[in-house]
Design a protein around this ligand. Structure first.
Ligand SMILES: Cc1ncc(COP(=O)(O)O)c(C=O)c1O
Length: 311
């Protein structure tokens, strides 16, 4: 078996259906509808410690909005308002006395009725725990090795890829495990036309000839909030940015490449399918974007302070 992540570091309580319950009591029934049919919508959010010691959640508003859009796409009536979920995220951090951590809101159809078309009451919880660099500390510094997957990303007409839904992650899990078993760190999936789509939990950027490229949001990828953050940072730096499709061989010939997502933050790519990317290390533009990103999430870039929600 490939190397496994560290065991989850439990926090004290989880926000569950409006109450704070002890971590070990946050359980659901085995006949939970979403558990059987893969229709739970969720988010991954990070909270970062700020220079004054307080915690601030990064782009909370955008994450809550996407959660509600995912629910809307999946015909899921949310039992709370966006404002209530926004507050729940802050509340669970405060209740756990944490100023830094990963947050996981998830909404799902509970038990009662069975069958694919059944509509059960929707429940919602928000958990938080400490989570370090998703693709490893070394990967974050020196870059990771990725493999173009034998699995194709879903077509937007078979699975609504804009929505962040648990069922989509079968595709991600299979691609990720295939890559790990082959000795790589992460998989990159191509879309139905054969263009580069995204990784199993991250969007992808490459730099070539001084231009930053990323696949278009309309192309059936999850429209990442970190992706949008990077587009803004890159434009503010005066970099030329193009959202356009490219093939795997274009990626092989990149001067620099990196993955981005809430969990993975900005993780450089040093190799794709045995081809070295650039000098086989974190490139200078990636380093610069990474540095600005980490300053922004920690309140050290005043122009981006609107992205922070203090606890
Ligand atoms: C498939 C996929 N693509 C991209 C992303 C990156 O999205 P974000 O930057 O909003 O975390 C994620 C993570 O949520 C993901 O699961």
């Amino acid at each position: 078996m490939a190397k496994q992540p560290e065991p989850i570091k439990k926090s004290d309580v989880i926000w569950m259906d409006g109450k704070l319950v002890p971590w070990d009591d946050a359980k659901i029934h085995v006949l939970t509808h979403s558990f059987h049919y893969g229709v739970a919508v969720f988010e991954g959010i990070r909270c970062y410690a700020q220079p004054d010691g307080r915690g601030a959640i990064f782009r909370l508003r955008e994450h809550v909005k996407r959660l509600f859009e995912s629910a809307h796409i999946c015909l899921m009536e949310m039992p709370y308002t966006e404002a209530q979920v926004f507050e729940a995220c802050k509340e669970v951090m405060r209740a756990n006395k944490m100023n830094e951590g990963y947050l996981r809101p998830i909404a799902y159809f509970s038990e009662g009725l069975m069958g694919v078309g059944a509509v059960n009451p929707v429940r919602l919880s928000v958990a938080t725990w400490h989570w370090g660099a998703y693709l490893g500390d070394e990967g974050m510094k020196k870059g990771i090795r990725v493999k173009v997957s034998s699995y194709t990303r879903m077509h937007m007409n078979s699975d609504p890829t804009r929505a962040k839904v648990t069922g989509h992650y079968l595709n991600s899990v299979l691609a990720k495990r295939e890559a790990l078993l082959a000795g790589y760190d992460e998989a990159v999936l191509l879309d139905q036309q054969g263009y580069v789509g995204e990784a199993t939990g991250e969007n992808l950027f490459l730099l070539r000839g001084g231009i930053l490229y990323t696949p278009p949001a309309a192309g059936g990828i999850l429209e990442g909030i970190t992706r949008e953050t990077i587009l803004r940072i890159a434009k503010d730096k005066g970099l030329q940015v193009e959202e356009r499709r490219f093939s795997r061989d274009y990626l092989y010939c990149a001067d620099e490449a990196f993955l981005c997502g809430t969990a993975a933050e900005i993780t450089p790519i040093r190799e794709v399918d045995g081809r070295r990317i650039g000098q086989g290390e974190t490139g200078p533009t990636t380093k610069e974007i990474q540095a600005t990103f980490f300053r922004a999430v920690r309140g050290q870039e005043p122009r981006y302070n609107e992205w922070l929600t203090y606890l």
